[in-house]
Write a protein that binds this ligand. Structure first.
Ligand code: AMP
Length: 419
């Protein structure tokens, strides 16, 4: 199905052609038409599916058709869980809206930076606001914007919004919105809290669940390498030298680890920077810009900071520390292999994180062949005593909300006996 059959305006088709997108992704193919008709959507969508354009294109077309208001009246509000996602979504909307006959004002607002420049930018109003919930409420409290004219609300990554504890903020925001509005609801997963929110929010929504087609399924080779914890930085350096990776995103469990690994790499003359929630927003923006522009080879990130990162041509993601949850594993590896590119996701497993890896594998229905790299063969993998179950080992993170079950303890004990 070509884009031209979706009923989009020439200005939007031109922006799509600027992007060199040859055809709609599956979610775009089914979401755009009902959203253009003003229907509510309940979409199950993964990062990388093209979901941003799936809601942005109809929003922009509605804007194009609307009678201009002076001053500008906020027509569409997009709520996202993180600063990085707000920037990505806002920039994609600006790009897609660049040929509209009337100039569009998209404001991107997020916390962790001074509120004043954002207030200044909102002077004279905005057509579309992309926001994290806390900062949006701050701006409303400062009378910098009002939601009374919002015709469309988008919740992007609703599961992450709730995961990050934004339920209360969401309720406050919903109470400020006009009752008559279109709601576009996107989430990767649908745990009970997300389902309840969707029920409260949506009116006779069109349900969209697109099974990933083989050609759109990310092409990510998942590999697991056994290595002693103390050898991981050396192994990372070795793999980088051997594979000539242009860019590497490395995940660690804590900001301390991010700083430490980046430090070690820099000492080895590798251009690396940490990326975690305690860096200033200015620093985070700079690290990302340097990484995207290939001025920086390695970014060592924590999960909180890296959520929603969209870096084109990222050939490899390394789980230096394993993620806390199986869901985080999916989010992490989804940073590579985007938009049809090939990607590699490597996970380092040591004796201490061995049982933890098995839990992630079990939850993901994976069964990967364990690899070892010559010169880095571990002395300890598979020999973890029961007390070294990953859920109890500092630094491994442990599976969120999960204590080792009796079965896991037995399994770890068996492994310890070398069975
Ligand atoms: P998203 O799921 O919205 O984060 O999009 C993931 C990536 O896919 C982004 O880099 C988009 O620019 C890209 N993308 C979105 N729609 C298309 C399309 N129809 N064809 C090719 N790439 C696309």
């Amino acid at each position: 199905m070509p884009f031209s059959s979706l009923g989009l305006s020439p200005a939007l088709l031109r922006a799509i052609s600027d992007q060199a997108w040859s055809a709609p992704t599956p979610i775009q193919a089914v979401a755009v038409a009902p959203a253009l008709q003003g229907r509510d959507l309940l979409a199950s969508a993964q990062t990388g599916s093209g979901k941003t354009a799936a809601f942005a294109l109809p929003l922009l077309q509605h804007f194009e058709a609307a009678v201009p208001q002076s001053p500008r009246r906020l027509r569409a509000l997009i709520l996202v869980p993180t600063r990085e996602l707000s920037t990505q979504v806002g920039e994609e909307i600006r790009f897609l809206g660049q040929h509209l006959p009337r100039a569009l004002k998209v404001s991107i607002v997020f916390g962790g930076v001074s509120i004043n420049p954002q207030m200044l930018r909102l002077r004279g109003g905005a057509d579309i606001v992309v926001a994290t919930p806390g900062r949006l409420l701050d701006l409303i409290d400062h009378n910098a914007l009002t939601l009374s004219g919002v015709a469309t609300l988008v919740l992007d990554e609703a599961d992450r919004l709730l995961d990050l504890g934004f339920a209360e903020e969401l309720n406050r925001i919903l109470a400020l919105l006009p009752v008559q509005r279109q709601n576009l609801f996107f989430s990767a997963t649908f745990p009970p809290a997300v389902q309840t929110l969707a029920q409260v929010l949506l009116r006779e929504p069109v349900r969209i669940e697109v099974a990933p087609e083989p050609q759109t399924q990310p092409d990510i080779a998942q590999r697991v390498i056994e290595v002693d914890a103390a050898q991981r930085t050396q192994l990372l350096r070795h793999l980088m030298a051997q594979n000539h990776w242009s860019r590497v995103l490395v995940f660690v469990a804590t900001k301390h680890a991010a700083e430490m690994v980046a430090d070690k790499l820099r000492k080895a003359r590798i251009n690396a920077e940490p990326f975690h929630g305690e860096l200033s927003q200015g620093k985070r923006t700079q690290v990302l810009a340097d990484f995207k522009a290939s001025r920086l080879k390695v970014v060592i990130a924590t999960d909180v900071a890296a959520r929603g990162l969209d870096i084109a041509q990222l050939p490899v993601v390394v789980n230096f520390d394993l993620p806390r949850s199986a869901l985080d594993y999916i989010h992490r590896i989804g940073r590579t292999g985007r938009a049809g590119e090939k990607g590699v996701a490597l996970s380092f497993v040591s004796a201490a994180s061995d049982a933890h890896w098995r839990l992630i594998e079990k939850r993901q229905g994976l069964s990967l062949v364990r690899e070892q790299v010559a010169g880095f063969e571990p002395l300890g993998v598979g020999l973890a005593p029961a007390s070294e179950n990953a859920a109890t080992v500092p630094g491994s993170g442990g599976i969120k909300g999960l204590r080792p079950s009796k079965k896991d303890k037995l399994r770890a004990a068996a492994a310890a006996r070398g069975q």
